[in-house]
Design a protein. Sequence first.
Length: 224
Amino acid sequence: MRLDIITCLPELFDGPINQSIVKRAQQKGLVEIVIHNLRDYTTDKHNHVDDYAFGGGAGMVLMIEPIDKCISGLQSKNTYDEVIYLTPDGQTLNQGMANQLSLNENMILLCGHYKGVDQRVRDHFVTKEISIGDYVLSGGELAAMVLADSLIRLVPGVLNDESSALTDSFQDNLLAPPVYTRPADYKGWKVPEILTSGHEAKIEQWRHDEAVKRTQERRPDLLG
Ligand code: ADE
């Protein structure tokens, strides 16, 4: 999987996206993340990427020209399955969408800023608009990192234990059951006996029942 991320704040991607699972995925050559600084595609001497909104109002708007230059340049060299714009008015990300998108090979992620991007970018370049939740971030960068992380861990070979992603919360519309590790008794707080019984089938049943119970209590909306 290759992700081309377009941003006017490339420094933000020096952090979490290069750690842990995502870092290993890149080192193993399973995932390539390429960050593009929008300012590198400007033509004026001050490298402006934004301008005032036509019709007035507070807030700046990202201009179409640098975005066009960047996206068109990428599209002349690679084919992309999606051009995704991160925006609070997009479709809310969920595990089903992450599963679907993780099957793609190449994607462009466009991070908005200020008041967002010129609508013509959305009309002519963007193929999918995604929000990571009903709250407004100061830019699309954190949203792009959240989306990237949710996709990368689903790429075959990225997680050490292949079955692990399948047992995550939301994979089957159920939250994950409680988990325990050693010691089996800590200050008298005991691990449920069934988990140390060795009865595989009974343990699976217990996990399923606990997952249903937890979902009923915390997220009944998932059960429909
Ligand atoms: N940009 C600003 N807020 C956002 C959100 N909630 N999701 C995606 N992109 C955003």
